[in-house]
Design a protein around this ligand. Sequence first.
Ligand code: FAD
Ligand code: SF4
Length: 334
Amino acid sequence: MRLPRFDYFGPDTLDAALELLATHKEEAKILAGGTDLLVRMKKGLLNPKVLISLKALNGLSYIKKDDEGIKIGARTPLADIISSDLIQIQATALSQACEKIGAVTLQHYRGTIGGNILQDNRCHHYNQSKFHRSGRQACHKEGGKICYARDESDRCNSTCQSDGATALMALGAKIILASAGHERTVDLENFYTTDGIMPFAMEPHELLKEIFIPFQGGQSAYHRLAFRSAIDYPIVCAGVLLTPSLTQKDEIEGARIVVGAMGRSPLFLAGESAGLKGKKFTDFAAFQTAADAAMNSAATFAVHNVGGTLEYRRAMVSPMVFRALKEAAQAADR
Ligand SMILES: Cc1cc2nc3c(=O)[nH]c(=O)nc-3n(C[C@H](O)[C@H](O)[C@H](O)COP(=O)(O)OP(=O)(O)OC[C@H]3O[C@@H](n4cnc5c(N)ncnc54)[C@H](O)[C@@H]3O)c2cc1C
Ligand code: SF4
């Protein structure tokens, strides 16, 4: 499979990159590590006329902290996140999630955190070669009018399989989107559309500049299930954050349960999370109840399109959420 032709730009300032995006808009794509983008281009799923590389933008690669939280530049390599003491201690779920992404080579040489969040949704009816796809009618994501994954669906139900986004949503992260002369901050949980054709609520002239993780004083954890421990994408995953009460240290004040790889975006389960308020960090029965409820909620979003049977993926939500809750609680109890 060969790459299609494109014009390549390698700006060395953020302003220059934003100018290029403003000029080329829909015709351009940002190239970070390329581990998602170039694969899609080779399969003919995407054919941008212009690639704007972030390679020379070293200023977008950093991990910093201030009084309010942790700031991560969008071009930061996954390997830097994995090896960061700050992330390991203050945003454990993110460190655990990045460790699971792809393989060590992908984490060390190419993959970035921005590209991880913005990788396109996947579906095994769609992520195939051009030849394979040519044998059947186009689905919604290819400009057609049907969905092979959910009968009579009027939209694309492709699945978000980003490990990083699931962990970051559990941590209550925000993202900063920049365009020429403008910046806006969005809660990650509000960043998604309801159609997998374009899963992100983002304009073509916008660039993901930074990820912000607020300090919330709790413990987080991330668990995932994949066929193999390396290379494979998650088929179910869960990120959680548990924060203690200021007055009763053994009591949960706030919880965030997020289930990934079960829908068009990671799913923040507000009701199930709220149900843990006031529970003890040692109340594993409450964790099991929350995990089972998370399974029931997440099950309604999933379709059979990323490997494993739907029944198996649905059934595995509960163990993933339970393990993540237990691990975060035990870390908080130490
Ligand atoms: C074999 C293999 C296994 C993989 N396994 C996993 C896995 O287990 N878990 C997982 O989560 N992912 C997995 N991936 C997907 C991918 O490799 C990672 O998500 C990686 O982190 C993507 O980062 P990147 O920098 O290479 O992104 P790129 O491919 O460069 O970009 C991805 C998308 O984001 C856009 N983009 C990137 N940065 C920006 C920015 N700053 N602003 C605006 N747009 C931007 C690009 O235009 C593109 O559309 C796998 C990929 C492969 C090939
Ligand atoms: S979920 Fe449906 S529309 Fe979306 S890529 Fe898969 S088959 Fe196509």
